[in-house]
Design a protein around this ligand. Structure first.
Ligand SMILES: Cc1cc2nc3c(=O)[nH]c(=O)nc-3n(C[C@H](O)[C@H](O)[C@H](O)COP(=O)(O)OP(=O)(O)OC[C@H]3O[C@@H](n4cnc5c(N)ncnc54)[C@H](O)[C@@H]3O)c2cc1C
Length: 377
């Protein structure tokens, strides 16, 4: 029997599971190996915010009933650095699902569909003419690197380092208190670099709280991040053993999708939204594209690069443009003011921050008008 897998996926987070599910959706008899250094369920340092768009993608992948894992959180409340507040119902509700639960559910779905799950940390990738060999013994026609923000596969592919300006740093913890059970709450900080604290209500009570800075140069120490969070969320103290920090490779960093048999998806492909720090949607969406391209053998890399450009280039351009503007606190004040006045601006901001949206000219015009008014005021 041929010992070569059709596709080996390195990393079984949302990007890896989505890749495996997509391969098996398109070719149910494909031999798919899903490798992860950790045993599931495993924690992942995250805000646990699952955008409505994520569940839609997973539904299309044939994983329909994830909504049962976390009740709908209908509202998004956001305060700008200057104290402007918007609190509105989202067109589709988001959810909060601890990653220990969410990721294990996706892995189970991939295994139920036929993927083979193996606990294994990949350290070596040898690319040959007609196959890829992992750690000298695991052979696959195509490999998908979905191994997260510290991706080994990305490094071994020779990808450029993500610069500090395109790297966010964040801490998160679990608090027994809840600020608003019906809302994802975001409180922006004043400061040189965009930064915010969040409080997301957990199913069954308590909340995931955290603080992130959208530029590594402005992050400071873990203690400074915690102190900044406490200033913005007084009284919502995380239990110390749940506090963990991590960096986030933003989509403003360099793309790396070379020709050949090794593809990247999710954080390994630096896909995180530079406006919100959301990365699960981008992980699943890029995993879906990688899964499709992976069936093309030596042509997979070029096909994946084209598909990623088609799907994400415009969204990334708009995100990069606006991420430069939000360094200006008055711009954020104006954006929040416009979103409070106009549902259409709010909806566009949600689509841009949590999905694959772009910034409509009409919404930008309303933000510009608010910017001018605030300048006079
Ligand atoms: C503090 C913080 C808060 C965040 N909050 C949110 C949020 O609320 N909502 C949101 O959408 N996004 C959020 N993000 C971003 C989100 O966590 C990531 O974008 C998302 O997890 C990316 O999924 P992934 O599958 O690419 O990688 P991961 O989820 O990191 O999965 C990678 C997997 O690869 C495995 N692995 C790593 N190296 C190897 C190896 N060499 N061999 C085998 N396996 C390996 C790991 O064990 C892991 O299971 C947050 C990030 C941080 C740091």
């Amino acid at each position: 029997m041929d010992e070569t897998y059709d596709v080996a996926v390195v990393g079984a987070g949302p990007a890896g599971s989505a890749s495996a599910l997509r391969v098996l959706q398109l070719r149910p008899d494909a031999r798919v190996l899903l490798l992860d250094a950790a045993a599931f369920p495993r924690d992942k340092t995250c805000g646990d915010g699952i955008a409505a768009q994520v569940l839609e993608l997973l539904q299309a992948l044939g994983v329909p009933n994830l909504a049962r894992l976390g009740p709908a959180v209908p509202r998004l409340q956001l305060r700008s650095p200057g104290g402007r507040l918007v609190s509105r119902i989202c067109a589709r509700p988001n959810r909060v699902i601890p990653r220990a639960v969410f990721d294990a559910e996706l892995v189970s779905a991939a295994v139920a569909r036929g993927a083979e799950l193996r606990r294994h940390r990949v350290r070596r990738v040898d690319v040959r003419a007609d196959e890829v060999v992992l750690d000298g013994s695991i052979r696959a026609r195509v490999v998908i690197g979905a191994d997260g923000a510290n991706s080994t596969v990305r490094r071994l592919l020779g990808a450029p380092e993500t610069p500090s300006a395109a790297t966010a740093v964040a801490i998160r913890g679990y608090a027994p208190t809840t600020l608003r059970p019906d809302a994802l709450v975001i409180e922006f900080a004043r400061g040189r670099y965009p930064a915010y604290a969040w409080s997301f209500p957990l199913p069954g009570g308590g909340s995931n709280v955290g603080y992130g800075v959208f530029d590594r140069r402005g992050a400071g120490s873990r203690q400074e991040l915690l102190d900044a969070m406490r200033t913005l969320l007084p009284g919502h103290e995380p239990t110390p053993e749940t506090v963990r920090g991590h960096h986030l490779p933003l989509s403003t960093g360099p793309r790396h999708h070379p020709d050949g048999r090794v593809l990247l998806a999710g954080d390994a492909a630096a896909m995180i939204n530079p406006l919100t720090g959301e990365g699960i949607f981008d992980a699943v969406a890029s995993g879906v594209l990688a899964g499709r391209a992976a069936l093309l053998g030596a042509a997979a890399g070029a096909a994946h690069r084209r598909a990623m450009t088609r799907s994400f280039a415009l969204h990334h351009q708009h995100g990069a443009f606006l991420s430069r503007l939000v360094s200006n606190a008055r711009f954020l004040d104006a954006a929040v003011t416009a979103a409070e006045r106009h549902q259409s601006v709010f909806d566009a901001a949600v689509d841009l921050g949590l999905g694959r949206g772009t910034a409509p000219v009409a919404a930008l015009a309303r933000v510009a008008a608010a910017y001018v008014t605030l300048g006079r005021g």
